[in-house]
Ligand binder design. Structure first.
Ligand code: NAP
Length: 263
């Protein structure tokens, strides 16, 4: 019975990594609540997943840069009779010096990446702790470790999610609730298709550094059992981010931020 299945809420489920999480979780027989702004995309995915996997797939159209919409999703979470998995995945990038990018974009990004994730986690935890069961995945980025120019708010808001999970995981030890911040590297999604990235070419980045969204989501879910608060998918990404934290970091960053991409 679909009503007895586990339930997952995924933000940013209308494309990319969020859609991949939705698809894999439907295969694992989770009922779904899919959140994003693009209603038509959410409806198409929900219809496909419900039809193919016999789960229920509901949608909630919300702009997570808008406080009212964030509160609406938060209230929904508080009222859900069960929530087994929360994936805070919605996100976007900007390109340009901090002072040149309009303030509203920075604030929107902090809302989508940080405020929404904090509010949804806070709303989900009491029920999960009471049921002694639940998983929370926050989608950050490997670039948080690189503290990159032209992506100041992106990197710093994503770093919030890393520290958030590292500290929260310690508080949640023994509760049955697991938290993971996922730090993907370059992933084939719609992320780089916005006007912000018109000067960015995927081919500027070595093909071997790209992953597909399905592999990112699958590795993340598989890593939950390891109870790692922070998970970097892909061996090459783990190596690169490990190196970036040594004295080789600045050289690596220079190689990645090619002139064309620097603005
Ligand atoms: N692709 C990469 O190389 C990469 C690398 C590291 C980390 N990440 C992270 O992975 C996550 C998913 O991104 P993606 O790569 O899958 O890109 P994507 O295909 O562009 O997906 C982004 C998702 O976030 C949603 N979203 C964006 N702004 C939103 C808002 N204001 N309110 C509600 N939803 C919003 C989008 O839905 P709507 O437009 O329908 O609202 C979409 O579903 C992001 O947090 C991103 O920072 C991506």
């Amino acid at each position: 019975m679909a009503g007895e299945l586990k339930t997952a809420l995924i933000t940013g489920a209308s494309s990319g990594i969020g859609a991949a999480f939705a698809s894999i979780l439907a295969q694992q027989e989770y009922n779904l609540l899919l959140v994003a702004r693009r209603q038509a995309k959410l409806e198409a995915l929900a219809g496909e997943l419900a039809g193919n996997h016999g789960v229920t797939a509901d949608i909630l159209v919300a702009d997570l840069a808008q406080p009212g919409d964030v509160e609406r999703v938060e209230q929904k979470i508080r009222l859900m009779p069960r929530l087994d998995m929360l994936v805070n995945n919605a996100g976007f990038g900007t390109m340009g010096h901090f002072a040149d990018v309009e303030l509203a974009k920075h604030l929107d990004m902090i809302h989508v990446h940080v405020i929404a994730a904090v509010r949804f986690t806070h709303a989900a935890l009491p029920g999960m702790i009471a049921r002694k069961h639940g998983d929370i995945i926050n989608v950050s980025s490997g670039s948080a470790y690189l503290a990159m120019p032209n992506a100041v708010t992106y990197c710093s808001s994503k770093m919030y999610l890393i520290t958030f999970a590292e500290a929260l995981a310690k508080e949640l030890e023994g509760t049955g609730v697991r938290v993971q911040t996922l730090c993907p590297g370059f992933t084939y999604t719609e992320f780089h298709d916005t006007p912000e990235f018109q000067d960015f070419k995927r081919t500027d980045i070595s093909k071997g550094l790209w992953m597909n969204a399905e592999d990112v989501a699958r590795e993340s879910l598989a890593a939950l059992d390891s109870n790692r608060a922070v998970f970097i998918p892909g061996r090459k990404n783990r190596l690169l981010i490990g190196l970036s934290r040594t004295r080789l970091g600045p050289i690596l960053l220079g190689a990645l931020a090619k002139k064309r991409w620097k603005k």
